[in-house]
Design a protein around this ligand. Sequence first.
Ligand code: NAI
Ligand code: DG6
Length: 533
Amino acid sequence: VHPTAARRPYPIVVQSEYTSYSDEFITSKFTNRGADVSVTGGQYTVTPTLKQYEFQTVRKVSKTGLMMIGWGGNNGSTLSATILANRHNIVWHTKSGIQQPNYIGSVLRASTARLGTDPSTGKDVYVPVSDVLPMVHPNDLVLGGWDISGSRMDEAMTRAQVLDWDLQRQVMPHMAALGKPLPSIYYPDYIAANQEARADNVIPGNDKQAHLEHLRADIRKFKETNGLDRVVVFWTANTERYSDIIPGVNDTADNLLASIKSSHSEISPSTIFAVASILEGEPFVNGAPQNTFVPGVIELAERHKSFIGGDDLKSGQTKLKSVFAEFLVNAGIKPLSIASYNHLGNNDGHNLSAEPQFKSKEISKSSVVDDMVNANPLLYKPAVEGATKGGKAAKGEHPDHIVVIKYVPAVGDSKRAIDEYYSEIFCGGRSTINIFNECEDSLLATPLILDLAILTELLTRVKCRDVSKQQAEFEPLYPILSLLSYMLKAPLVKPGTDVVNSLNRQRNALEAFLKACIGLEGSSDLLLETRVW
Ligand code: NAI
Ligand code: DG6
């Protein structure tokens, strides 16, 4: 089933005055219900609010390319091989029997959303999330990308040591046909020195402006050659160190562009890729933790209304933390410390064994409980307004939280994560919960990359009109795609707005948004009909 294959027709019709269909668009009217709250002297004054919006979604799915930076890495090669296995329906033998290809782990393709209730049975009706709106099928993504390693994609898959040999053997010719990744930009200072031996496929020179132009031309050429409507550019390359934010260098869009022109040393490869994508009007997603999106990138994305999303795939330990910590805090239990250790032996682990790259990962893994803690002043004393510590605004009470990552080559891609949650319970009691998780890192990450690419493409087709503000024209969504948060460890959000880390809230937001685009209210767990006579 190759990119041109016809897919089954879009299966949902909403019969309501709020939803209309044309050949081109699905248009919906949606009421956003909220509440304005003012607090004075412990007294809460709440005013319910209603805001009317209209959504317009282009029905035709774009022919979409996924250009991965770090294509030859574990994630890039595993994603390519598993798409090819699905596309060509390759089954393989494992020691447990015959294995079919699938998309387990993808929220879009392997989880469902509740549409409503069948009145004849009173039972809930669920559909695959990917059916709520027309979305790209992962098998149809046209694959490509860059890597500083010039190994062919079949060699990259073998090097990764992720997939069963019988699958590798069968998918090998298809992987070989993908060829080798495009040469990329390599600024050695940004990734661990232990990666140097890999860097044999590098765009020459030190001229960052020329590098930017080169990458822009690569995106254009890929789009043209493959007849694509859309290219999602995705960073799944090594974790970089943080860039310093320097006034006059990367703090505004114009300063950033000037700094690229002057080849300033503090402009990272990932930032150059982000700028190339923005200038080409193609979305860019950052699957790693570094601060690619310096303020200048955000301003540039706003200026060009070009979409960006990030940071860092939330695949295992952090995903569980964004559920588990919330469970404890929302149960009225007070985590006092969260200690997270993991070790792994793949190339990602090797790169993260260097301090500056570890630091980037530590930051993205550490912020994930902040909003849950801040939401519960009964358990955690909030910061005193105006109080400072070491010259910075003082933080409120917070559990101790440490993150340790160690490189253990023997375990390869099979990451082991150990978490201890130590909490205060009723009347001075203590609870210690330990979690041990072991799984292939790249098999957790691959479906997230697919979901991010597919959702990103969809969000480029959705426009919105604020009826309450009498906005006449439909506008694209705001460029920072915070709706991608479910798959990301440190979600990038509109400046000045709060980050939501809770996995449940992130999923609810996504489902509610998709439903709003077809004129349905988000899934109400009120289930009133089951609670009244
Ligand atoms: P990997 O080390 O196997 O692959 C990274 C690839 O990037 C390598 O092939 C390397 O040659 C290439 N590369 C480095 N710098 C480059 C540049 N400037 N341009 C183009 N290519 C470049 O790592 P893996 O396991 O595929 O992970 C990729 C990224 O995703 C890492 O940053 C990792 O931290 C992040 N990540 C991975 C998760 C997982 O579960 N596997 C989850 C969360 C994030
Ligand atoms: C070790 O922590 C390697 C990392 O790249 C992680 O595997 C990755 O960031 C996934 O992290 P988590 O916390 O979602 O399992």
